[in-house]
Design a protein around this ligand. Structure first.
Ligand SMILES: Cc1ncc(COP(=O)(O)O)c(C=O)c1O
Length: 393
């Protein structure tokens, strides 16, 4: 009860409800300066920003923005937040993260389509999920002020490098890792939290996804860490990614770790299927990451009058539904890809289950609705986006 109240109070405090314009009367403006957290600016940042040019071809996550935020945790306390030029970091080889994978991260996007914004989508949700991941991985909570300030400062100083074409964005990667120099298998007592950013294009090129049903390996299991955004979960998915690629497919669909019967999610996206004109998605459990895109799609779909069903989804029933035409469409969703329609599901044996609306009939409607809000092209009646005021040195 007490924690809940603290969050309510703190979020009300951060979000200065200043109206922006007639086009987006619901948009609220984040007043960066109302967050009291002090930031130490490395003077070298000015040159780093001045010397950076945005390349024409961006790709996803390869071009890095010229500044990054960093703050360390020691003796039970967070230190001073710093803004530094993007570059290598130094760490001892016995830092615990390198041996025991005590690491968590988040993924968010800032948009600036047509030069407005930058807008950021539901950052408080990323902060809440970050702390949930931190708890699971025996790491300290990070206060909302610190998490948000670090993200906003990076966006604010990189506002000129937020790409402006629809589908493009500044991808933000907040992350925390264990830095204590000791090889004992014990929770670290020292950590570092950082935010880096990458001006990015679309995650997938055009065309539907081809998806391998992974019937052997497991990414997560009951009682494990699947619901946390912890690096180790992604490491656990990489061997299957190689198999998927070798089969000429692009994504892996994970089933529950115990029975290999129920659909869970992809390695970096949640899963939806259109069955009898309803939207079905696996109900959350401790081996599925609760996607913010998933949550937003459920809300948008319900508001469009679409029935949304969150339930255990048996993979073999889904295949029957695809074959008999009850399931007409399936798609994956997440911050990076937003919504990506699925062309077909496939077995390792080569058998394929093509989706009737592989172009994404429902998926495209929902994608456009969501992206229009994220890019600030329509009225944001949900108060999901916030504006970050650009800053210069
Ligand atoms: C395993 C996994 N599932 C689902 C998602 C989708 O989450 P979100 O919509 O918050 O990006 C992600 C990406 O963050 C992910 O890594």
């Amino acid at each position: 009860m007490k924690t809940k109240l603290t969050f309510l109070i703190s979020y009300t405090f951060f979000f200065d409800l200043t109206l922006l314009s007639d086009i987006m009367p619901q948009t609220f403006k984040l007043n960066l300066d109302s967050i009291m957290t002090h930031v130490k600016l490395d003077p070298a940042c000015a040159n780093a920003v001045k010397n950076f040019t945005l390349p024409e071809n961006l790709g996803f996550g390869t071009v890095m923005a010229p500044v990054m935020a960093s703050v360390s945790y020691e003796k039970g306390k967070w230190g001073e937040l710093e803004l530094l030029p993007y570059g290598p970091i130094s760490m001892y080889p016995n830092a615990k993260v390198l041996h025991y994978a005590q690491e968590i991260f988040e993924g968010m996007k800032a948009y600036r389509v047509g030069g407005q914004g930058p807008f950021i989508f539901r950052p408080e949700q990323n902060h809440l999920r970050f702390n949930k991941s931190a708890e699971r991985m025996a790491m300290p909570h990070i206060p909302a002020e610190l998490f948000l300030k670090a993200c906003f400062e990076v966006i604010a100083y990189c506002a000129d490098f937020v790409p402006r074409r629809s589908g493009e964005s500044l991808y933000l990667r907040p992350f925390m890792f264990a830095t204590e120099e000791a090889l004992g298998i014990k929770p670290s007592e020292k950590f570092r939290f950082m935010v880096i950013a990458s001006p990015s294009g679309s995650y997938f090129s055009a065309g539907g996804l081809s998806v391998l049903i992974e019937r052997h390996g497991a990414r997560a299991f009951p009682g494990g860490t699947g619901y946390a955004k912890a690096g180790g979960n992604y490491a656990a998915s990489l061997l299957a990614a190689i198999k998927t690629k070798n089969l000429g497919l692009v994504q892996t669909l994970w089933l529950d770790g115990r029975d290999k019967k129920y659909i869970e999610e992809m390695s970096g996206m949640n899963f939806f299927a259109v069955i009898n004109n309803e939207l079905h998605t696996p109900q959350l459990n401790d081996s599925i990451l609760e996607g913010i895109t998933r949550k937003s799609i459920i809300q948008l779909a319900k508001d469009e009058g679409i029935t949304v069903v969150e339930r255990k989804m048996d993979i073999d029933e889904l295949i029957t539904d695809i074959k008999n035409g009850h399931c007409t469409e399936a798609f994956a969703c997440g911050t990076a890809a937003i919504i990506a329609p699925i062309d077909y599901l496939a077995e390792e044996t080569g058998e394929r289950y093509p989706l009737l609306h592989h172009e994404g009939k429902v998926a495209n409607v929902l994608r456009e609705k969501l992206l229009a809000i994220q890019e600030g092209r329509v009225k944001d009646k949900y108060n999901w986006i916030s504006v970050v005021e650009p800053k210069t040195f």
